[in-house]
Design a protein around this ligand. Structure first.
Ligand code: GNR
Ligand code: NI
Length: 174
């Protein structure tokens, strides 16, 4: 199956809010399958619909980027994810983003969260996430709300990064 193209900043679609999905049907499942292969090939540990130019509340994740032949992938698919609990304790992780290539920054987020969502079959599901998974889910939900990790940095740092990316685009390097 054909992969999607990943959109990089600055691009208005990354600043837009994605709309809720009414129902998990075959079209949404095809979108999730295609987002997953796009994410694996990138490679990344998460991907939100905005990053492939689709404005619906769909995300895919898989924290394991390298697997041997025998190991089965264990993707997580979320439709209409909602954070229903955030710990007061925070954690800092060095984050990157496929839409902000080659830039990384330490981002502070609630250490543990609980998320309610619809799974691949459209069934209601709930998970508790800590560590990298917690950061990844929050990073992906931010995308669905039009927020990038660079939005947590000072405007000086953010604008420097965005200018560099814009320059690479103009030179056709991105
Ligand atoms: O591949 C990715 N790595 C990552 C590392 C720390 C916190 C979040 C992430 S998500 C990112 C892929 C991506 O851009 N998802 O939107
Ligand atoms: Ni990202």
């Amino acid at each position: 199956m054909d992969n999607y193209e990943i959109i990089t900043a600055p691009n208005p679609v990354l600043k837009q809010e994605a709309r809720p999905v009414d129902k998990v049907d075959d079209a949404i499942r095809r979108q999730m399958d295609r987002m997953l292969t796009t994410m694996y090939d990138a490679p990344g540990i998460g991907l939100a619909a905005n990053q492939v130019g689709l404005l619906n509340r769909v995300l895919v994740m898989d924290l394991v980027t390298t697997r041997s032949e025998e190991e089965k992938p264990s993707p997580i698919f979320m439709v209409n994810p909602q954070i229903i609990y955030e710990s007061e304790q925070m954690s800092v992780i060095d984050e990157g983003c496929l839409s902000v290539p080659e830039h990384y920054a330490e981002i502070e987020r609630p250490a543990i969260i609980r998320v309610k969502y619809w799974d691949y079959d459209g069934k209601e599901a709930e998970i508790e996430a800590g560590d990298l998974l917690s950061h990844c889910v929050q990073h992906e939900i931010d995308h669905l709300n039009g927020v990038l990790f660079v939005d947590y940095l000072s405007s000086l740092k953010r604008n420097m990064i965005l200018k560099k990316l814009q320059k690479l685009k103009k030179a056709n390097i991105l």
